[in-house]
Design a protein around this ligand. Structure first.
Ligand code: ZN
Length: 116
């Protein structure tokens, strides 16, 4: 997933970043785009909104994939204490190692094992 500024630069040539983010903020507030913020990664925006779904993020390379909600109805998770809020959606970020990084890790382990 590209960041919005990268995408805007690709589409428009050189752009100032602030108007891009101002526009995205307004669209996020209006529910037209969805902001996701993987830990330690720049915020990402996507057009798929209005459905309840999660993400899985690779700790090593930051690769992000969608994980569809298992119940199909929002919110698909019930908080133990909602503090009086009306829940509208739930978002879970699963973290782990993507297949590519896992393969690299296994190859390195095999390589290190052969040297001993
Ligand atoms: Zn990875």
């Amino acid at each position: 997933m590209d960041t919005p500024v990268t995408t805007a630069r690709t589409d428009l040539g050189t752009v100032s970043t602030q108007p891009v983010y101002n526009s995205l903020h307004a669209r996020t507030a209006a529910g037209l785009v969805r902001r996701i913020e993987p830990l330690g990664q720049p915020a990402q925006y996507e057009l798929r909104t209005g459905d309840n779904r999660h993400h899985i993020v690779c700790r090593r390379c930051g690769a992000t994939e969608d994980v569809d909600c298992v119940t199909g109805a929002a919110p698909c998770l019930i908080p133990s204490d909602n503090h009086g809020f009306r829940e509208e959606e739930a978002e879970v970020t699963f973290r782990g190692t993507c297949p590519r990084c896992e393969r690299i890790r296994n190859e390195k382990e095999q390589h290190n094992g052969n040297e001993r």
